[in-house]
Design a protein around this ligand. Structure first.
Ligand code: URP
Ligand code: ZN
Ligand code: ZN
Length: 625
């Protein structure tokens, strides 16, 4: 690893503060325009032709090149302590590699260690990263346990520390994994504070079972990793997470979508109206799970990440199609690198191979090569899936993710005609392996400008240790929460006209009247009962009814109100007679209502639990108005 370049004092930076990028094709997510870009003090100050600019400004000629927003990699794990070891790309080397590849901002995950609180994890990451990063960075926070303190700290992080996203794990049983009731609570908590929930979607219980079974059967190599967590184990969890998030109306971001069926679940959920975004990885687009069958253990183990790469060699193409057509929206790297001796921790047991691969450096090139160069996606969509969409979801837009006046001068000048071959021999990253080894890619970041400073200059990487800043991600990203609040509208009742309201008022009055009449009738009926009982003790129901109805004081009686006298004559103990009948006023009133109310099916339906909640059958079947 080379010695880091130290931060340049601000007074020495002035000569670098003004920059004119001429003759390039400006690519944003929505259009490509021929324009010049003038940058001053880290911000895009002017866009246009024939700009009037101060003397002494550095000019870069971008003729024949694309001038695009710098990449935003929303998924890295620098210095992550995982599976008993620590990822080797630290915040310096990792962000240096990011910049070398055209990425000008990363978002890492502060994942608490055992017993560490969320705030402690956040402080630890800030303390480590702030002084090392070569480009701007943000943080997501991992929620790996659930209690009231975690909930409180989520709110504090969101309110005071610029955190708007929290990741939960449905896998990594016994360490990070949460169960459904906890997911419900975390998602609801995210929703309450205006955050985005992120999910690692794999069924952890199934993985644990499959792992035991495979190891018992003697499958110990890296191929067992994929066998223990096949596609449907991922797809099931994606669907479950989407349903849970949808039920609590929480926006969801599914990290590292690695399989076709998982991508289909995201797409299907979006079609159903679920507020969800899917992120796939450079790894999933640039290589595949056939690597797990490689005869070299180190090579196969070098590709172990979770969810795994898929053995179907068409998967990268299919995921790229999803990315190009909107089924998936973001590309991350999930950069989490381990050297040979670290991967060797799982030499005799695939479940102990530290999970993670490279990608932060090559993500932009891989997406360009497999997407744009392959003719599947155009440069505008490239910008959307490598930068703008992440900026919007995590509320960095329009500060980041767009070439516009007032935006941060995070810019990549991309030469689509230049080629390079990816190799661990030449890459900037600290790791000793590259999953894209030997892949020839078109599209090279010739210049990378980070906050107005040229940090890749004619392909020469010139980053500054600690130059980057922590960038807060404010809660309630409008891109996300506008959709949520649209769905948030209170359940609406039926809008009724004045005429209808008047009619129902009249009907209410009629009911009250009927109720009074029924009360009186019941009283009279009770008084008459002794007489009736004396006369008809041996009568049948049929013979009894007309007689009862002939008594003018008795209203039309419901069937249930008619007492069947015993065939044996006098009433036996416990049998009802008219004197102790349980036929109630309310039943009677109900019957009266049936008789007097004309239209009982309110227009547009009924509200649950109210007047209309138990309609008589014929009303249910009446056509709604
Ligand atoms: O294998 C992976 N993905 N390692 C990093 C941790 C995670 O789950 O994102
Ligand atoms: Zn994950
Ligand atoms: Zn990850």
């Amino acid at each position: 690893m080379s010695t880091p370049v130290k931060k340049v004092p601000i007074h020495l930076q002035s000569a670098q503060n003004r920059l004119l990028i001429k003759n390039g094709k400006i690519v944003n997510e929505d259009e490509i325009v021929d324009n010049d870009v003038y940058v001053e003090d880290g911000v895009i100050k002017q866009l246009g032709r024939n700009l009037i600019i101060p003397g002494g400004t550095r000019v870069i000629d971008a003729r024949g090149k694309y001038v695009m927003p710098g990449g935003i990699d929303p998924h890295t794990h620098f210095e992550l302590e995982l599976m008993g070891t620590k990822s080797v790309d630290d915040f310096y080397q990792g962000t240096k590699a990011a910049v070398a590849g055209g990425t000008t901002m990363i978002i890492d995950f502060a994942i608490p260690k055992q017993g560490e609180s969320l705030l402690e994890a956040y402080d630890r990451y800030r303390a480590t990263a702030d002084e090392k990063v070569c480009c701007d960075y943000g943080l997501h926070i991992g929620v790996t346990s659930w209690n009231s303190k975690v909930k409180e700290e989520m709110a504090i992080l969101a309110r005071d520390h610029g955190i708007n996203s929290f990741k939960v794990f449905m896998a990594y049983k016994d360490t990070f994994m949460l169960r459904d009731p906890e997911l419900i609570e975390v998602f609801a908590a995210c929703k309450d504070i205006g955050a985005v929930a992120q999910v690692h979607a794999e069924n952890g219980d199934l993985i644990a079972e499959n792992t035991k079974r495979l190891l018992a059967a003697g499958v110990t190599g890296p191929e067992g990793h994929e066998m223990s967590r096949p596609e449907e184990v991922e797809a099931e969890a994606v669907n479950r997470a989407c349903v849970i998030a949808n039920q609590v109306n929480c926006p969801l971001y599914v990290v590292h979508v690695m399989s076709r069926s998982a991508a289909e679940e995201v797409e299907a959920a979006r079609r159903r109206g679920v507020i969800v975004w899917g992120e796939t990885l450079a790894a999933a687009l640039g290589t595949d799970g056939t690597q797990y069958a490689h005869s070299c253990w180190r090579h196969a183990a070098g590709h172990v990440l979770s969810p795994p790469l898929r053995p179907d060699p068409d998967t990268p193409y299919n995921l790229m199609i999803k990315l190009a057509t909107g089924g998936l929206q973001v590309t991350g790297s999930d950069n989490c690198t381990f050297n040979s001796e670290q991967k060797a921790l799982g030499k005799n047991d695939f479940s102990k191979i530290p999970n993670g691969v490279n990608g932060v450096e090559d993500r932009m090139s891989v997406v360009w090569e497999k997407g744009v160069q392959a003719g599947i996606m155009n440069p505008t969509r490239f910008v959307a899936v490598t930068s703008t969409n992440a900026a919007k979801i995590f509320n960095l837009y329009p500060r980041k993710g767009v070439i516009a006046v007032g935006s941060d001068a995070d810019i990549v000048i991309w030469d689509p005609n230049r080629k390079r071959t990816i190799s661990a021999e030449t890459h900037v990253q600290a790791v000793d392996f590259n999953i894209f080894e030997g892949l020839e890619v078109h599209g090279v970041p010739e210049y990378v400008i980070v906050n107005g400073r040229v940090c890749v200059d004619e392909c020469d990487v010139k980053v500054v240790h600690g130059y980057g800043r922590f960038v807060e991600t404010p809660v309630y990203p409008p891109y996300v929460y506008d959709l949520i609040s649209e769905r948030e509208q209170k359940p609406r009742g039926v809008a009724r006209t004045e005429v209808e309201l008047k009619r129902y008022a009249e009907e209410d009055a009629a009911m009250a009247k009927a109720r009074e009449a029924a009360k009186a009738a019941a009283a009279t009926a009770a008084a008459s009962a002794a007489t009736i009982g004396n006369i008809y003790t041996n009568g049948s129901v049929d013979s009894l009814k007309p007689k009862l109805q002939n008594l003018s004081c008795v209203p039309t009686l419901p069937e249930s109100a008619v007492v069947t006298p015993s065939a044996k004559g006098p009433r036996l103990e416990g049998q009802r007679n008219l004197q102790d009948s349980t036929f109630s006023i309310s039943e009677d009133v109900d019957e009266a209502r049936r008789a007097c109310i004309r239209v009982n099916n309110p227009p547009g339906g009924r509200s649950a639990g109210g007047f209309w909640s138990v309609p008589p059958k014929e009303e249910t079947e009446a056509p709604s108005q």
